[in-house]
Design a protein around this ligand. Structure first.
Ligand SMILES: [Cu+2]
Length: 150
């Protein structure tokens, strides 16, 4: 009975229609740098599944190095911090990586990656799961590249 009682609040979080939350990545897109050689940025939404998970890394076969960053306001200036230890994805929740907030910084993007095309992004989670998505490639400046000057 003790275990059943502990499980109940979790069940109440589920949508009324009975649909189970699906862990995944939606709306993935990247913005190319305005100047070749500068980093680009990737944005996406993480959706939580039936168990809490944690996004650990984002990688791409077309990018040398990817870092997870958060944007923070400091002394009236927007600056970026590397996210340490990954990002928690709650059960059935959503975590948005978007301009002005969390993002993945893309260092050294392959020249074959062009506006209008796609780029492969791999999302690796704490439970060992890996999700590959094709992200849309947007031109520089679209989706707010402000605050990306490292
Ligand atoms: Cu950044």
């Amino acid at each position: 009975m003790k275990h059943f009682a502990a499980f109940l609040p979790l069940a109440l979080l589920m949508p009324a229609c009975g649909a189970k939350p699906v862990e995944g990545v939606t709306d993935a897109r990247i913005t190319l740098p305005a100047v070749t050689g500068r980093p680009g940025a990737a944005y996406f939404t993480l959706t939580g599944g039936e168990a809490e998970n944690r996004l650990l890394t984002v990688t791409s076969p077309q990018v040398i190095k990817v870092e997870l960053h958060d944007s923070v306001m400091k002394d009236g200036m927007m600056s970026m911090q590397t996210i340490e230890g990954g990002v928690a994805v709650p059960v059935g929740g959503k975590v948005a990586f978007e301009p002005g907030g969390k993002h993945a910084m893309l260092y050294d993007i392959a020249p074959s990656v062009k506006v209008g095309g796609t780029i492969k992004l791999n999302f690796t989670y704490a439970n060992g799961r890996s999700i590959e998505v094709d992200a849309k490639v947007n031109p520089p400046g679209q989706g707010g590249s402000g605050g990306h000057a490292h």
